[in-house]
Design a protein around this ligand. Structure first.
Ligand SMILES: Nc1ncnc2c1ncn2[C@@H]1O[C@H](COP(=O)(O)OP(=O)(O)OP(=O)(O)O)[C@@H](O)[C@H]1O
Length: 296
């Protein structure tokens, strides 16, 4: 498979903070790679290295063989970042056309991509006045107008409703079928498992694990036990076989490879136990387990 992104031994620090501490990462043509990791893992810094906003202090970042700090390489990149502001005066159509011109493609490329993203009716609206979801669609149109070889998407579906999200993944699937590689960061782990060919888990600037979503799930806990319990976290963590403990405010979600032993302890020690259920562990538990083990 042709590589559209190749990162080798990339390092970046902000003074004393090693944000990216020696990362290797590839994205092939048509491939979708999801970057996952807790807050502060280094995802945004890595994305900024990939799109040429930052220069690696060591190592190498190549987009189709070129340095993303150089304009001709950057033209092959489409980028959607979070909370990007738009200038107050510019209209939707002007921004998409401007993106086409900057990337060296005909202005006429703007119309079809605006239609594809349902922006035609908003063409003469000021971008700064759009809703959050409309702004996301506009950013995607600007990123796609020049048929990039690599799309870099930072939390791209944040703020999109369910139909818009579905449409978004559909558009990406079409681009991928034409050979565009995708690198995306997301906190929606289950979503990434549905759309990504590969998941790369970052923690403290390093790649903690990498594989297909199924491979990651297979590596760690095979059951999630969900309950309302009054047992404290330290007790739950000490139960043999428990690899992750997460509290969603209402329920505790325990990732485990020994569900029977866990159920015995819960039933024996918590007379107030309610809402007990057991599920197959999803990607979210697998990733939580990996990060906890990495931290151990
Ligand atoms: N401009 C900066 N100056 C100093 N330290 C920074 C700066 N930006 C990020 N860092 C630090 O670098 C590390 C990696 O941050 P980064 O934003 O890349 O993580 P992230 O995985 O994108 O996090 P999040 O999920 O919270 O967006 C963190 O420890 C962060 O505090």
């Amino acid at each position: 498979m042709e590589k559209v992104l190749e990162v080798r031994g990339a390092r970046f620090d902000y003074g004393a903070t090693q944000a990216v501490a020696g990362v290797d990462l590839d994205v092939g043509a048509g491939e979708c790679v999801a970057l996952l990791g807790p807050n502060g893992a280094g995802k945004t810094t890595l994305v900024n290295l990939v799109i040429g906003l930052l220069a690696a202090k060591e190592g190498r970042v190549r987009v189709r063989g070129g340095d993303p700090r150089i304009a001709s390489t950057r033209r092959q990149l489409g980028v959607v970042q979070q909370s990007l502001g738009f200038p107050n005066t510019l209209k939707v159509s002007e921004l998409v056309t401007g993106a086409a011109v900057r990337a060296g493609v005909p202005r006429s490329a703007a119309g079809p991509v605006m239609a594809e993203l349902d922006l035609t009716d908003l063409a003469s609206r000021r971008a700064a006045k759009l809703s959050g979801g409309q702004k996301q669609r506009l950013q995607l149109a600007m990123a796609l107008v020049a048929e990039p070889r690599l799309l870099v998407l930072d939390e791209p579906t944040a703020g999109l409703d369910v139909p818009a999200r579905r449409r978004f993944w559909q558009i990406l699937a079409e681009r991928r079928a034409r050979g565009t590689g995708v690198l995306l960061t997301t906190h929606l782990i289950e979503e990434s498992s549905a759309v990504a060919d590969r998941v790369v888990v970052l923690d403290r600037g390093r790649v903690l694990a990498e594989g297909t979503p199924d491979e990651l799930v297979a590596r760690l806990p095979d059951r999630t036990v969900i309950a309302r319990t009054s047992l404290v976290r330290t007790r739950l963590e000490a139960i043999p076989g428990v690899v992750s403990v997460r509290d969603d405010g209402e329920h505790v979600r325990l990732g485990t490879r020994a569900p029977e032993a866990l159920l015995r302890v819960l039933l024996a020690e918590d007379p107030g136990l309610t809402d007990l259920r057991v599920e197959g562990a999803g990607l979210e538990e697998a990733v939580a387990g990996l990060i906890e083990r990495g931290a151990a």
